[in-house]
Design a protein around this ligand. Structure first.
Ligand SMILES: *Cc1c(COP(=O)(O)O)cnc(C)c1O
Length: 444
């Protein structure tokens, strides 16, 4: 494509004059992988078309929400109908009650739920609630987990367990993160030590149960069991950030997956987003009645939102949940995801490329590593140059995966067997080209 006909490049050049980095969320800028971001013109089913008219099989799906693919007819109809009745009222509606009812029905750890507009807002509010409900300040998070961009969460590990974190963003005062302790994911010894030192001051432990912001890393069952035990023992709240995993890895979220392995398991608070809005700005947090009633207007913890429970967003969310509640939905989704992941694995192994992968429901991750990483520093051992060649190889062949090696991937119910087969065929070609360029020198 000559530069003058590359509409993606033209739009990116214009965007960069007007919007910092040309994008409204940093990962879209392709800075990790290089090259020109694809500007989306339209999307349907498993595909989107970029500004040059090239079709892409979409494995991002708006970073998770599009579990039915793009433009599902039942969802489109619900949204069109809702729009005709008005966009926003700033007063309660029946659909908010219906959506709240659906959420508490599907997620048994939640008696009550509050709707908000973004995952960031939901996670930030859940932490405020946990602090208000416990009367404590300190919070535990894990390196590689992302809970949105609230100040107290933009933090990396301090120099030791006795010290709290350091801001990872300019503009965040050290005082704001002085109560945030950052631990290594899946590290039981470190977790025990942190509770031994700070237990009586810890308001909550927030975790992505299956971390999707360091590619795809599961909390091990023993680690999760210990998180639950230590929170209970020390009076801290266990907060599951299921913004990504909720209604994505299973109908009951990742907590239902852990409850299968740990009888009676449940978190205290849950944070939801992405799929519950079906692509509209909608998120939520919830938990037991006694804790949720600490929120304004009933209790002392303030939280509010002009667009919270927006009538168009709730229509979109409800229509999406209705589809994923249909019998067999998650079995079909998981089968497509497994076929994809297994196909990629055998394509890589045919070329003797280090590769491992994992998936749950409609969420997957793969690594150019010999074995599945357990924490952030192991994820970051992936060869970035090789990942970038893989990314661009797939992109050139019309397969759109996340433009960074620390992001998960998403399959929708619109991805057909043919789409998955096309993806695997593309990957096979790319892996072939990725083969070590220099033949091994024979020993002897
Ligand atoms: C996406 C995400 C968030 C933030 O949600 P936004 O809607 O982008 O603010 C929080 N936590 C997790 C686990 C996420 O994946």
């Amino acid at each position: 494509m000559t530069p003058s006909t590359d509409r993606n490049q033209e739009l990116f050049d214009r965007a960069r004059q007007l919007i910092p980095g040309g994008v409204n969320s940093p990962v879209r800028a392709f800075r990790a992988v290089g090259g020109t971001p694809r500007f989306v013109q339209r999307a349907q089913g498993a595909y989107f078309w970029d500004a040059n008219g090239q079709r892409h099989i979409d494995y991002i799906g708006s970073w998770g929400p599009m579990i039915l693919g793009h433009g599902h007819p039942a969802v489109v109809e619900a949204v069109q109908k809702a729009v005709l009745d008005g966009f926003s009222y700033g007063a309660p509606t029946e659909r908010e009650v219906e959506l709240a009812q659906e959420i508490v029905r599907l997620v048994p750890s939640m008696d009550m739920v509050r709707l908000v507009s973004s995952g960031t807002e939901a996670a930030m509010s859940a932490i405020r609630l946990a602090r208000g409900a416990t009367g404590r300040n300190k919070l535990i998070k894990f390196e590689g987990c992302y809970h949105g961009h609230a100040d107290a969460l933009l933090v990396k590990a301090g120099s030791g367990l006795a010290t709290f974190g350091n801001p990872t963003s300019a503009g965040v005062p050290a005082e704001v993160v002085q109560h945030t302790l950052v631990l290594q994911y899946n590290n039981i010894a470190e977790l025990e030590e942190a509770f031994a030192i700070h237990g009586k001051d810890i308001a909550c432990l927030m975790i992505e149960p299956i971390a999707g912001n360091m590619n795809f890393v599961r909390a091990s069952v023993p680690f999760m069991r210990r998180c639950r035990e230590l929170c209970t023992q020390h009076g801290a709240l266990l907060v599951f950030d299921e913004v990504m995993t909720g209604f994505r890895v299973a109908l009951g979220g990742a907590q239902s997956v852990y409850a299968r392995a740990i009888p009676g398991f449940k978190p205290d608070l849950s944070v939801l987003g992405k799929v519950i809005g079906g692509g509209m700005p909608l998120a939520a947090f919830g938990g037991p009645r006694a804790i949720m009633e600490q929120l304004a207007p009933l209790g002392p913890v303030y939280q509010a939102g002009t667009l919270s429970g927006n009538p168009v967003a709730t229509a979109c969310g409800l229509a999406t949940l209705k589809e994923i509640c249909k019998p067999g939905f998650f079995d079909g989704l998981a089968a497509s995801t497994t076929t994809l992941v297994e196909g990629l694995r055998s394509a890589a192994s045919a070329e003797s490329i280090d590769f491992c992968a994992d998936s749950e429901g409609g969420m997957f991750g793969f690594f150019l590593l010999p074995q599945l990483p357990q924490n952030y520093s192991q994820v970051m051992k992936t060869d970035g140059t090789m990942f970038n060649r893989l990314f661009h190889g797939l992109l050139d062949r019309g397969v759109y995966i996340a433009p960074a090696l620390y992001e998960a991937g998403f399959v929708s119910s619109a991805h057909s067997e043919a789409d998955v087969a096309e993806t695997i065929a593309a990957a096979r070609e790319v892996f072939r080209a990725l083969c070590p360029l220099v033949p091994e020198v024979p020993h002897g």
